[in-house]
Design a protein around this ligand. Structure first.
Ligand SMILES: Nc1ncnc2c1ncn2[C@@H]1O[C@H](COP(=O)(O)OP(=O)(O)OP(=O)(O)O)[C@@H](O)[C@H]1O
Ligand SMILES: [Mg+2]
Length: 480
């Protein structure tokens, strides 16, 4: 029977593992805690720690990062090529116009104030031209960093006019000033910035960014739908691990997710069938043996008195007690539905029972007391621990604590306790330490095994330790 128990435990463990896996897929990759020395490993560790943990955020990142990189490259190339080209063309055109004006100035006789030349320049070319005889060129100003305009304009003037010049493209104004030294004077030209430079390219960038936001919004909407089935699967697996039902769970979403969900449902079915089979078999075996034991007792009664017969009678009684325990277990919590239960009230009932049997007991509870458990099974779990405590000690202290993740119940006593190396062993079915201590106090040795089974079927566990009262402390922790 104990191998059956182990098999059952393994199945439960497998369910727990699947729950953990699915939860990890939907939510978290835990940080590695092993000490790491190599730089590469340190880097990957750092990367893992800064990367978002959720699948949703990660998928978004997978969409956003390539988009940003692509757009940056495109934008950069665009600026580089297009802006350069257009700015170059525009400043070449303006330079040609200035060169024409210089030719006209030098070739044809001038009226007073060069009024005709200035009029033509203003009306036809949109350039404000002045002549400043006798003024030298100002010293070259600071070269603006990154200005294609300055570079393109200087280049064109040097190539097409080939005279000393001075330009000012830096100011934020919409005017670009160009001075060119002629033989006897300095020609000053004020051109509109828009004539030499292409200022409208940012519209391209605005379109690009705006389009990406639209694409992103669509991606978010679609991703949400893709990830929801995975989260549902994780929830269902988690609920199953805690021994609860996930009533509305159906395979949904992408093919792979559907497959995982279907596999989960199949596994759940197999686990449930295995549990049911175990329960039926245990019940059957116990029942049959009990019938035979009853016959034994009858026959023994007919045999009369004697020391050997008394010994056999005692063994038979012990066996009957064991079978009773197993029958109770087999009939017990299986098939019971989880329900919101007032744990504080449940603990209080146990305290009254304990006091009724002549022991001192104290109960305390912290946090909101309503927790979803299988009520009868959970009560049996705590009752087994309290029963042990009151069997071995005079004072029992029960404390419940509920926080946002766990319900923790500790049962303390002031009895002899259990030595550390035996604290795992006592969970084995039929193992009792009483033999050496006190035969009369002997139970069947199933209590702790049953208690742990119930705790694990709720997704939790029991640990044993030392109590501040001097005896044993049993701690039950189940997720809420
Ligand atoms: N509070 C305790 N203090 C000291 N020893 C304990 C305590 N609880 C359990 N033990 C030891 O652990 C053994 C196993 O406990 P378990 O509850 O599984 O069996 P049992 O109490 O002997 O029998 P059953 O509970 O089935 O009637 C006990 O026999 C006892 O020796
Ligand atoms: Mg017990």
């Amino acid at each position: 029977m104990s191998s059956l128990d182990e098999g059952f435990g393994r199945l439960r463990n497998a369910a727990g593992q699947l729950a953990a896996l699915a939860a990890a897929a939907a939510a978290a990759a835990r940080p590695v805690t092993a000490p790491v020395t190599r730089p590469w490993e340190r880097f990957t560790r750092w990367l893992k720690s800064v990367m978002p943990k959720g699948l949703y955020a990660r998928s978004l990142l997978i969409i956003i990062v390539p988009m940003v990189v692509l757009q940056s490259v495109v934008a950069f190339l665009f600026m580089e090529r297009h802006w350069n080209l257009v700015t170059n063309y525009l400043s070449a055109a303006v330079t040609q116009e200035i060169a024409t004006l210089i030719d006209v100035y030098r070739t044809y006789p001038q009226d007073a104030d060069r009024a005709q030349l200035r009029r033509i320049a203003l009306d036809r070319l949109g350039l404000v031209v002045d002549f400043l005889p006798g003024t030298p060129l100002p010293p070259p100003g600071p070269k603006p960093f990154f200005s294609q305009l300055d570079a393109a304009l200087s280049d064109n003037i040097r190539k097409q006019i080939g005279r000393p010049f001075w330009i000012d493209t830096v100011g934020r104004s919409s005017i670009v000033e160009i001075r060119i030294k002629l033989d006897d004077t300095v020609m000053r030209v004020l051109a509109r910035r828009a004539d030499v430079y292409d200022p409208n390219s940012w519209i391209f960038l605005v379109w690009m960014v705006a389009t990406s936001f639209v694409v992103l919004a669509i991606a978010i909407a679609f991703l949400r739908n893709q990830i929801r089935p995975i989260v549902r699967l994780a929830d269902a697996a988690e609920a199953f691990g805690k021994g609860r039902e996930a009533p509305n769970f159906r395979p949904r979403g992408a093919r792979e997710v559907r497959r995982a969900a279907a596999a989960f449902l199949e596994m759940k079915g197999r686990v449930e069938r295995a549990i049911e089979q175990r329960t039926t078999m245990l019940a059957g075996v116990s029942h049959d043996l009990r019938t035979i034991l009853t016959r034994f007792k009858l026959e023994l009664a007919l045999l009369g008195e004697g020391p050997e017969i008394d010994a056999i009678k005692k063994d038979v009684d012990e066996m009957a007690a064991m079978l009773e325990a197993y029958l109770a277990f087999a009939r017990g919590d299986m098939g019971e539905q989880s329900a919101p239960t007032d744990i504080a009230e449940l603990l209080e009932e146990l305290r009254l029972d304990t006091e009724r049997h002549g022991h001192r007991a104290r109960v305390s509870f912290q946090g909101s007391p309503i927790v979803t458990v299988r009520p009868a099974a959970f009560k049996r779990l705590i009752a087994n621990l309290v029963g042990n405590a009151s069997r071995f000690a005079g004072t029992v202290e029960i404390a419940g604590l509920r926080d946002h993740r766990w319900l923790t119940v500790t049962v303390d006593d002031d009895g002899p306790g259990i030595p550390p190396h035996l604290r795992e062993d006592v969970f084995k079915p039929f193992l009792r330490l009483d033999d050496a201590r006190n035969q009369d106090k002997g139970g069947t040795g199933l209590g702790l095994a049953i208690a742990r089974d119930i705790a694990r079927s709720h997704g939790g566990d029991i640990t044993l330790g030392e109590s501040p009262l001097g005896g044993l402390r049993a701690t039950v922790r189940v997720p809420v």
